[in-house]
Write a protein that binds this ligand. Structure first.
Ligand SMILES: Cc1cc2nc3c(=O)[nH]c(=O)nc-3n(C[C@H](O)[C@H](O)[C@H](O)COP(=O)(O)OP(=O)(O)OC[C@H]3O[C@@H](n4cnc5c(N)ncnc54)[C@H](O)[C@@H]3O)c2cc1C
Length: 497
């Protein structure tokens, strides 16, 4: 433990937000990072607990608390406090494949479980992680680690989101020849086309791609496996295949008048278009622009928040976020004690921006869309909303609460319904009741519909787990790599997690 009294001597300080009026003018990062001196103080607040819940990933009351990667948090906080950057980096990347992603976008399950958090503000582990990895890149410590020997085995990873990248990275380090297939024009999955640039600049994903390429991973983009390339072909060419195709099947909206209405889009399509525009792709009339529009977002979660922040950057006239569920409490309820995941209201960057720009919180709770109103050309121009109450866990409309809102762009951020069917059909996979690819008990090897002699197919990430978090996708990718490595070499799990 670096400083015995660090947690008493220093107050928590977060990375500092760029002021709203400045940051909404562009798609640059949201924060300024603290300098080394302050960062080391923040690391000194870590108490190096005997039982570090931060790295435990325990399930409490149905939700996980603590890091799914089991990051060695007290160790690298201590090394950071001591100024041993090389040591801190070595301990960090031992368990964490891409700290530059999680250090930016992870909701920090570790901090919610931090023991200091039971009496004070938790250690700023999320920002410490980002500091270590960004300093490492800047100081030239992140050099390509090219495997000394190759196994002669070939692995295909389908999908280049965080799960696919994590699996590819680890298997390459074990000496297998890995090719990642991606149907989009850029790699990254939702890291690239989902999470907006202001939260995760795309040069960060490109930087990792370059490093992985130098280490020997091949990337094939704009190749849709199951359509452009047959499943049989990929199974024939490779010794193992890991499917990391995500869970992008979006939940729709049923409201009167939606049929054929223009100006209604799924959130991920909107965010993808926004990112491609920022990156300079010419989308022509397919660009979805919130500029000068009244924007309504259905869904009060994180995806909805990203739509709020992006609409504001595009210059929307107003932005409203509708949420069916009741407003969460500001503080933990009595039945939701530390170290459980806190079920409290979070006001994220986009909502903060809306409050500052438009003078009020964009969220309206316990409300949904009942009807879409179109102009004569078929474009959406307004919506009718209604309040709901939950009876027996089902939303029921409250009479007399109908309200009309101007709306030229309706974005649906109402969650996801699991894996897209064409990949599971192409690979003859079985899906469970929530459209997740079924794998054999306690492992990532898939179950196939018909009895087949091919046991070389594995699955990981949202495709197996359902829509989740980047940190879980990375943990899944590492787990699948572990199993594939053992499978290829003819023994059990061999890659250290
Ligand atoms: C808008 C949005 C914001 C989010 N923000 C956060 C956040 O801030 N923090 C956080 O922790 N989590 C966040 N998440 C969740 C997180 O992004 C996902 O849980 C994570 O990306 C899942 O990783 P994955 O690798 O399983 O799948 P994905 O990231 O979905 O990647 C799957 C990839 O597979 C490709 N693919 C699919 N089928 C094929 C095929 N047949 N052939 C070739 N390629 C194929 C897809 O094009 C895609 O690139 C967010 C999600 C969304 C939608």
């Amino acid at each position: 433990m670096g400083k015995l009294t660090g947690f008493m001597d220093y107050e928590r300080r977060n990375n500092v937000y760029v002021p709203v009026e400045e940051r909404i003018k562009n798609y640059g990062e949201l924060y300024h990072r603290l300098d080394e001196e302050e960062r080391r103080k923040q690391a000194a607040r870590c108490m190096n607990c005997g039982v570090p819940f931060c790295q435990s990933a325990m399930t409490l009351n149905g939700m996980v608390t603590g890091c799914p990667l089991h990051n060695l948090i007290p160790e690298w906080n201590d090394l950071l406090y001591r100024g041993d950057m090389k040591g801190a980096l070595a301990r960090l990347i031992k368990t964490s494949s891409f700290p530059e992603f999680t250090g930016r976008v992870c909701p920090a399950l570790c901090e919610k479980a931090c023991i200091l958090g039971s009496i004070d503000q938790p250690t700023s582990t999320h920002d410490n992680e980002l500091y270590i990895i960004e300093e490492a890149f800047q100081r030239g410590l992140m050099r390509p680690r090219v495997p000394g020997t190759r196994s002669g085995k070939k692995v295909a990873v389908v999908g280049s989101g965080p799960s696919g990248l994590a699996a590819a990275d680890l298997l390459n380090q074990r000496g297998h020849q890995v090719t990642v297939y991606e149907r989009d024009n850029r790699i990254g999955g939702l890291l690239t086309y989902g999470i907006p640039n202001q939260k995760l600049p795309k040069e960060v994903v490109d930087r990792r791609r370059r490093l992985m390429e130098e280490e020997g991973v091949d990337f094939v983009t704009s190749c849709n496996v199951g359509e452009d390339m047959a499943a049989e072909e990929i199974l024939h060419q490779y010794d193992a295949v890991i499917l990391c195709c995500g869970a992008k099947k979006a939940r729709g909206l049923t409201a009167v008048g939606m049929d054929g209405a223009r100006g209604i889009h799924y959130a991920v399509d909107y965010l993808t278009s926004a990112t491609r525009h920022v990156l300079g792709d010419d989308l022509g009339e397919n660009f979805i622009d919130a500029g000068d529009k009244h924007v309504v977002i259905v869904g009060g979660g994180d995806t909805g928040n990203d739509c709020v922040g992006t609409s504001i950057r595009q210059g929307c006239r107003s932005v409203t976020q509708l949420e069916m569920m009741p407003e969460p409490p500001a503080e933990r309820a009595a039945d939701n004690p530390w170290p459980e995941w806190p079920k409290v209201k979070k006001t994220d960057y986009g909502q903060m921006e809306a409050i500052e720009v438009f003078g009020h919180d964009p969220r309206i709770y316990e409300t949904t869309v009942k009807e879409v109103i179109k102009d004569p050309s078929g474009r959406i121009k307004a919506i009718k909303t209604v309040q709901v109450a939950f009876r027996d866990r089902h939303p029921v409309e409250i009479e007399g609460t109908l309200r009309e809102l101007p709306c030229d762009l309706l974005l649906i951020a109402a969650g996801f319904l699991g894996a897209e069917e064409y990949v599971s059909q192409a690979f003859d996979l079985t899906l469970d009741g929530r459209n997740r690819v079924e794998t054999k008990e306690d492992c990532c090897q898939v179950r196939r519909r018909k009895k087949s002699d091919s046991d070389k197919i594995f699955a990981a990430g949202d495709m197996r787990r359902g829509q989740s978090l980047v940190v879980w996708a990375i943990a899944e990718g590492r787990e699948a790599a572990n199993e594939v490595d053992g499978y290829l070499l003819g023994f059990g799990r061999s890659v250290r997690k």
